[in-house]
Design a protein. Structure first.
Lengths: 357, 125
């Protein structure tokens, strides 16, 4: 008999120690909702003296400050339904600690008869977590707002760039229409084409999914479409084709590549075919080998031998531009000309063409 | 460059004077009669005085209460015989089509592009 009492006492002591040491606030209530045991963390969190809890009805704590309707609902449900209640939210102004948000977890234990039941009532303080979540939501809303502002600014910038380019193109066209010198008209029309190429480059950069990296193949194709539209026609029939390896370049390099292609294609179409024919062909080729690349523009025209149509011997504005742009790209320019036409290659580093291997 | 066989009257609506001048000159060179307006309110005034207009070429972003897309919708409702071409650097062909435009030209455009768009519109009129 003595041993049995000892075992019961041991179990109660153990239970009391467990309750007192758990980190989350915890109460053990009897079936009249009177506090049997309160954990140390309960006293600490709610700033209630350990002397004030044992034997005190829960709802009379702090002069009735704990007489919370939501708490009534939870505990009555737990007693009657014999169920576990998890995560019951209570938002309450507590007497000593102010406004707090708790998730309450209740479980009926021991006897199956409600008259002898005990209730374990745990408190999970989520006040700070909720505050952080709220802050996070506000931050997300602010971020969304800033992103929206960024999109609006980008659209506005795009509008201004396009309008400015159209204005410049319009001035050049109006001037070309007004001048009497055919040579001057040609120069103005060249300038107009260059502006339109810059516009095509800009347009492509704007619609690219990634603003910092540009996919080369569609970019060069789009650019050459624009050039063909302005330069190839009934009076100047030619075929302009683009072949490009898969790959991306940073947008600054894409602009330089685009301007090089523009100059070389304009040059080829203007000078390589003094006698327009059906077979006239200009090819733009872009090959990649690791970090190295080679851009070439070739034609099947008369090459440099045709003095009447060739560009100025010292190199015109186009040639100077290509050299400057190639230097910017850390690339070398090579020109090969013969009876079968001319090829201008811009090569970055030690690129070795697959076709040459 | 396309030449209009039977001169049609085109209204160009554009707030940027140089772009408007260039567009007007380009279409005149192509053989069209061209009227111009600097915004939607101005365009409505020109439209009320010139029933001979068959095609309207309009920019989208312009000062005033009505932008180019709203102008196209108004014309579609009140002068359905007039076909509209929208030119824009930031609006889309889908937006232009939804507003009731017959055609869309992206800015900046080449002279031949705008002439071709007007020509196609006149042909299908």
């Amino acid at each position: 008999m003595t041993m049995l009492f000892d075992k019961i006492e041991d179990a109660r002591s153990l239970a009391q120690i467990v309750v007192e040491t758990v980190r989350e606030p915890l109460l053990v209530l009897d079936n009249t909702l009177t506090i049997l045991v309160a954990s140390n963390s309960f006293h600490k969190v709610f700033q209630i003296s350990p002397k004030d809890t044992p034997g005190r009805p829960l709802f009379t704590l702090d002069k009735g400050g704990w007489d919370i309707p939501a708490l009534h609902t939870l505990l009555e449900r737990s007693l009657v339904d014999q169920t576990v209640v998890e995560g019951f939210l209570v938002e309450q102004e507590f007497p000593r600690i102010g406004a707090r948000k708790f998730l309450l977890h209740a479980r009926k234990v021991l006897g199956t008869d409600a008259g002898h039941a005990l209730i374990l009532l745990g408190f999970e303080d989520i006040t700070e977590r909720r505050a952080i979540e709220y802050e996070k939501e506000l931050l997300q809303l602010r971020t969304d707002d800033l992103l929206q502002q960024k999109e609006t600014l980008l659209a506005e910038m795009q509008h201004r760039i396009v309008n400015s380019l159209q204005i410049i193109a319009s001035i050049l066209m109006l001037k070309a229409r007004a001048v009497s010198s055919e040579e001057t008209r040609q120069h103005l029309q060249d300038a107009h084409r260059r502006v339109m190429s810059v516009a095509a480059v800009q347009q492509h950069l704007h619609v690219s999914a990634r603003a910092d990296m540009i996919e080369v193949a569609p970019y060069l194709s789009k650019l050459c479409e624009s050039l063909a539209e302005s330069m190839i026609g009934e009076s100047r029939p030619a075929k302009l084709t683009v072949t490009a390896d898969e790959g991306f370049v940073i947008s600054a390099n894409a602009v330089s590549l685009g301007l090089i292609v523009t100059e070389l294609v304009i040059n080829a179409l203007k000078y390589a075919f003094p006698d327009p024919g059906k077979d006239a062909s200009v090819k733009v080729n872009y090959e990649v080998n690791g970090t190295d690349w080679k851009l070439s523009v070739s034609d099947n025209g008369i090459g440099r031998g045709g003095k009447d149509s060739a560009p100025p011997a010292k190199g015109g504005l186009g040639t100077s531009l290509v050299k400057a742009l190639a230097q910017q790209l850390d690339a070398q320019v090579e020109i090969v000309s013969g009876a079968g036409g001319m090829q201008v290659s811009v090569t970055h580093s030690t690129f070795v063409s697959r076709t040459a291997a | 460059m396309c030449q209009a066989a039977d001169p049609q009257t085109i209204l160009v609506v554009e707030d940027e004077p140089l772009i408007r001048m260039s567009a007007v000159a380009t279409l005149q060179d192509a053989g069209y009669w061209v009227l111009e307006a600097q915004n939607s309110a101005d365009a409505l005034d020109v439209l009320s005085r010139h029933s001979e207009i068959s095609v309207m070429v309009t920019d989208v972003r312009m000062p005033g209460n009505m932008d180019g897309l709203a102008l196209v919708t108004w014309v579609q409702l009140n002068n359905p015989a007039i076909r509209s071409i929208v030119v824009s650097g930031n609006a889309t062909a889908a937006q232009a089509g939804k507003a009731g435009a017959f055609s869309f030209v992206r800015k900046p455009y080449l002279p031949d592009t705008i002439i071709q768009a007007v020509h196609d519109t006149v042909l299908r009129h």
